[in-house]
Design a protein around this ligand. Structure first.
Ligand code: NAP
Length: 296
């Protein structure tokens, strides 16, 4: 095992979910953090500054700002923003490419790229293949690079994939067949694993790790929420046609395919032994049953 990193770690995405969790974990290890932000005056950036995080103003289309922000850092974590259209996928590739090129220019010793599950195989999911492209670009850059590939965020169960309460029953509906196990990870643990890799207290076998903390079918997920609420629970598998966005349709097809591949759960637990499974995430976040559905 290598010695612990003591230099500054640069984080792009620090004002967001995953990058924010990386910052939390790095600060827990007393690391020095520099957040690369578009607007240092934003409330989120200022909240980071109040916790001792250095702010560097950057623009992805301004290579000089990126190279300056990456000067003298020991490690660099970056994610790429959500893409909901093919235009945004193109923008994601542009941003990722610019970040890799800037890391080369600055001679960053270690880069951790927050990719996505399945990015090692071209999947046909546009906002996954974009990350595959960035991984390839990083691979050819000559930089020491590690890929972290998160599966579905458990946090989605508190937003876009939230179960509902209907007539005294917890109901979960997803466009996923009921016998397919969904791989998932908490955002907290994405941050903890990425931080361990950045601080060189852990290594990813082969330079990449799929981030998974649990694998459960729809009925098992519904049962976990039902048990927490003390209520009966049921799962309804929906057709893909309910999804309004074509990118999401291909992605849910990819969720089903991902279930066929071996899981890196043991690797993740070897890096972060306290990795949350879904029941632990439900408890840790204090999830309570929704109360706002008619008939409940
Ligand atoms: N949801 C899932 O289940 C899931 C699973 C696996 C992978 N993913 C992937 O995770 C990514 C989203 O991650 P997240 O949820 O952590 O994001 P997020 O919370 O939406 O945060 C986005 C971050 O990116 C920064 N940002 C956005 N556009 C930028 C730009 N042009 N230049 C520089 N910084 C920019 C934002 O900073 P500002 O403060 O400047 O806005 C913010 O810090 C997507 O690529 C998605 O495909 C999602």
């Amino acid at each position: 095992m290598s010695t612990q990193t003591t230099g500054t770690i640069a984080v792009l995405g620090a004002t967001g979910q995953q990058g924010g969790a990386v910052v939390d974990a790095l600060l827990d290890h007393k690391a020095r953090v520099r957040a690369l932000v578009r607007n240092p005056q934003s409330d989120r950036a200022q909240a980071l500054a109040a916790r001792g995080v250095e702010l560097a103003a950057i623009r992805a289309d301004d290579p000089a700002s990126l190279a300056a922000a990456l000067a003298t850092v020991e490690g660099f974590y970056f994610m790429t923003p959500e893409a909901n259209s093919l235009e945004e996928v193109e923008a994601e590739i542009r941003i990722g490419t610019a970040l890799v090129d800037a890391a080369v220019e600055a001679g960053v010793p270690h880069v951790v790229f927050n990719s996505v599950f399945g990015a090692d195989r071209e999947s046909g999911v546009p906002h996954h293949d974009s990350k595959h492209w960035i991984e390839e670009h990083l691979g050819k850059s000559g930089l020491r690079a590690t890929m972290v590939r998160p599966t579905a965020f458990m946090e989605n169960f508190a937003s876009v994939m939230a179960p509902s309460l209907e007539h005294g029953e917890i109901v979960l509906r997803l466009p996923l067949p009921e016998d397919v196990a969904l791989k998932m990870i908490s955002v907290r643990d994405i941050g903890r694993v990425a931080a361990a890799l950045l601080l060189d207290t852990a290594e990813a076998p082969g330079g990449a790790v799929e981030l998974v903390g649990d694998e459960l079918t729809g009925p098992q997920i519904a049962a976990a929420f039902g048990a927490r609420a003390g209520l009966p629970a049921r799962y309804e598998a929906l057709p893909l046609s309910v999804l309004p966005n074509d990118l999401d349709k291909v992605m849910f097809r990819q969720f089903a395919e991902a279930a066929e591949y071996p899981s890196d759960l043991a690797v993740v637990r070897s890096i972060e032994p306290a990795t949350l499974d879904l029941v632990e995430w439900i408890r840790a976040t204090g999830w309570t049953a929704p109360t706002n559905v008619a008939g409940s």
